[in-house]
Design a protein around this ligand. Structure first.
Ligand code: HEM
Length: 345
């Protein structure tokens, strides 16, 4: 049979060390499953969602309460989006904490990072599509951050929201980015990223002469493990969707970020917290961009993991990258928790 993309991702056998749960956490594969769930449930939602300021929030109420299984589909879409952020964040941490980003995987690391940014943007644009009273902080303060960029900020803002303030033009732009532009780019990057994993020799393990075990697993065994991960992730997703409905609020009557119960989506709460302490451009734009630039430079500027230490957690040879990323992650979590207090009061 002619080898196809499936065979490329699943060769007849692979080293057993490349498919251990406790090494990969199954996070990359679970992320692919969540992307598929998001595409299917998102397409179903498109049959009922209406991207106009007057109808958006009402159409979401229609989906949630009137369309048969609409509430379940919306909840699945919402929770798959949240889980995808968490799972791809875990995957990013595992890649750095195992030193798997080093040559020849440097380019794929950058593809993964770009994918991570697209996922954040997809989550953000999807959140705005609710166009209800819960999203006003993100709509007003979030888009104003773009305006704070020196020289080009006003111009970028107009391109983003389609005018001097967010309204119908902004909603249709966020909608088009969400269901078409970002979606297409993220889908292409996901396929490319998965393709590159195998092209780079599979999951990072020591080269054959340094390996301690010659054990290999078959394509069938790999598939069995992937199916198990998918079933577990699917069950967790169904449980969350059945028990915890996605947020919903009354339609926006007047666009303002001043209402006390409006806040950033959870993954931007750390930025909201930073904004309380100073300049919007410095803390709301420059700091997140610098974090991203640092992440992108890890494989290029920090000491590399040694070949013999590949395939296991916390290699000594790249301790500096691990330490800095651990500190950044901790700081972001603390900032989120600080901002979370007032949100759940
Ligand atoms: C939606 C987001 C993502 C998807 C669907 C995805 C998918 C995958 C899959 C299926 C694998 C192989 C299995 C595994 O390692 O668990 C993988 C490996 C890899 N990913 Fe991702 N990934 C994503 C995000 C990222 C991010 C954010 C990064 C880092 C910035 C990244 C960097 C890598 C690298 C370097 C490998 C090779 C790891 C190794 O050889 O040990 N990926 N990815």
């Amino acid at each position: 049979m002619r080898p196809n993309f499936f065979h490329h991702l699943h060769p007849p056998t692979i080293p057993a060390a490349q498919a251990r749960w406790r090494y990969t956490l199954g996070a990359g594969g679970t992320a692919i499953f969540l992307v598929l769930v998001l595409i299917i449930t998102g397409i179903l939602e498109m049959f009922f969602y209406i991207p106009t300021p007057a109808e958006a929030a009402l159409s979401i109420q229609t989906i949630s309460y009137l369309v048969p299984f609409g509430g379940l589909v919306r909840n699945l879409h919402y929770w798959a989006g949240q889980l995808l952020l968490v799972v791809s964040g875990m995957h990013l941490l595992r890649v750095v904490f195992t030193g798997a980003y080093a040559r020849p995987r440097r380019f794929n690391y950058l593809l993964g990072l770009a994918l991570f940014v697209f996922i954040i943007l997809l989550d953000f644009t999807g959140y705005i599509l609710r166009w209800d009273q819960g999203i006003q902080w993100a709509l007003v303060v979030g888009t104003n951050l773009v305006k704070s960029i020196p020289w080009i900020g006003k111009f970028l803002y107009q391109i983003l929201v389609g005018g001097d303030q967010p309204g119908g033009a902004a909603l249709i732009r966020f909608y088009t980015w969400h269901v078409f532009g970002l979606m297409l780019l993220a889908a292409i990057l996901t396929i490319w990223h998965a393709f590159r994993v195998r092209r780079d020799g599979g999951i990072a393990v020591p080269p054959p002469k340094l390996r301690t075990s010659p054990e290999r697993i078959s394509r069938f065994e790999l598939l069995r493990r992937e199916a198990t991960a998918m079933l577990l992730a699917g069950a967790a997703l169904l449980l969350l969707s059945a028990l915890l409905p996605a947020p919903i609020a009354p339609p926006i009557t007047e666009i303002t970020a001043l209402s006390s119960d409006t806040h950033a989506p959870w993954f931007f709460l750390w930025v909201q917290q930073l904004l309380k302490w100073g300049d919007p451009f410095l803390l709301g734009v420059l700091v997140p961009v610098l974090v991203l630039v640092f992440l992108a430079l890890i494989p290029y500027i920090l000491p590399k993991p040694s070949n013999a230490e590949l395939g296991r957690w916390f290699p000594k040879s790249n301790w500096l990258a691990q330490l800095i990323l651990a500190l950044i992650t901790l700081l972001i979590i603390v900032l989120i928790l600080l901002a979370w207090g007032p949100v759940i009061k």
